[in-house]
Design a protein around this ligand. Structure first.
Ligand code: HPA
Ligand code: ZN
Length: 324
């Protein structure tokens, strides 16, 4: 029988579409695009997934992501993800993408957006999945690059849900992006940011105060600052936690050490997500299953996480009512 963790209707709010690139697709796209790969085989890529921190993962993520060249590639990537997401009970997805990783290789940002949107439109048609795109700024690139990216999509902001901030966290604090975010919010875009994944709680408070984020991505190190925890609890700021990711990036040694139970006990609004499923060993339902098996949450508690994912989404109120 299909496990309830896969059939439970849910939303995914922390998913990097480039992080769904499976090794088999890396090879298929490299061949289609006539590219040489620095990997011997699919297994060679799989043998490199024992990361010890964020940076070695990011290096591999960008190396593999280099095979994405055409609008069709982005369509095929998102279509493959959405098929798996559908199989794991996903009804709504707010998908991160990293245009600066692609425009640097000469791929037009419009090809990226159009490819991803066409797959989302098909998933809506076929399965009724709703959602859209959250455009992320790579925080280790110059702020001018983020501004240039935002300017380049300003004519089509209606095709985006919001902006996010990802890549190397430590050393690239939120204050760098205060003006970029102000501009994005002025265009009517929602604001989220990775914070407190490897960086300390000050990255989370800075994201709230300066970037005015509506959700915090990861946010696990918030627990080190009781005042911040109280603030997040009182305002019910959604946290997009990614259990398998945090274990794989050695934020914690094993799932049993994950701070998730402490976040829940603190009264935080926690959602469960997959982050970069092809690199971290599982899609959204696999993350639900992993925490249920580790912490023994019953199905009612697990349904609570799914409900949180709907509440924390940027779906319309009417769509949220449908999903609850
Ligand atoms: N953290 C920061 N940057 C990222 C991640 C992440 O988990 N995944 C893809 N880019
Ligand atoms: Zn992430």
């Amino acid at each position: 029988m299909t496990n309830a963790m896969y059939t439970l209707p849910k939303a995914e709010l922390h998913l990097h579409i480039e992080g769904t690139l499976e090794p088999e697709m890396v090879f298929a796209l490299a061949e289609r695009n006539g590219m040489e790969l620095p990997f011997a085989s699919v297994d060679d890529i799989r043998s490199r997934l024992d990361f010890t921190s964020l940076q070695p993962f990011l290096d591999l993520y960008f190396e593999c992501g280099a095979v994405l060249r055409t609008q069709q590639d982005f369509h095929d990537l998102a279509a493959a993800y959405l098929t798996r997401a559908h199989e794991q009970g996903l009804r709504h997805v707010e998908m991160f993408f990293d245009p600066q990783g692609h425009t640097a290789r000469g791929v037009p940002v419009d090809a990226v957006i159009d490819g991803l949107l066409s797959a989302l439109a098909e998933a809506h048609e076929e399965w009724g999945i709703t959602g859209g795109l959250i455009m992320c700024f790579l925080r280790d690139l110059p702020v001018e690059s983020a501004f240039a990216l935002l300017d380049s999509v300003a004519h089509r902001v209606d095709d985006l849900i919001g902006v996010g901030l990802d890549s190397t966290e430590v050393g690239y604090p939120p204050e760098l992006f205060e003006q970029v975010y102000a501009h994005a919010r002025g265009l009517g875009l929602h604001a989220v940011a990775h914070a407190g994944e490897e960086g300390g709680p000050e990255y989370v408070s800075g994201s709230l105060d300066l970037l005015k984020v509506e959700r915090v991505d990861h946010g696990i190190r918030s627990l080190e600052d009781p005042e911040l925890v109280e603030r997040l609890r009182a305002a019910q700021v959604p946290m997009t936690v990614c259990p398998l990711s945090t274990v794989r990036l050695a934020g914690v040694p094993t799932m049993a050490d994950h701070p998730l139970p402490r976040m829940i006990e603190a009264g935080l609004l926690v959602t469960i997500n997959s982050d970069d499923p092809s690199y971290f060993g599982g899609y959204v339902g696999d993350n639900y299953l992993a925490i249920q098996q580790t912490f023994g949450y019953d199905n009612l508690a697990m349904a609570g996480f799914a409900l949180n994912s709907v509440t924390a989404s940027f779906a319309s109120d009417a769509r949220k009512d449908e999903l609850r």
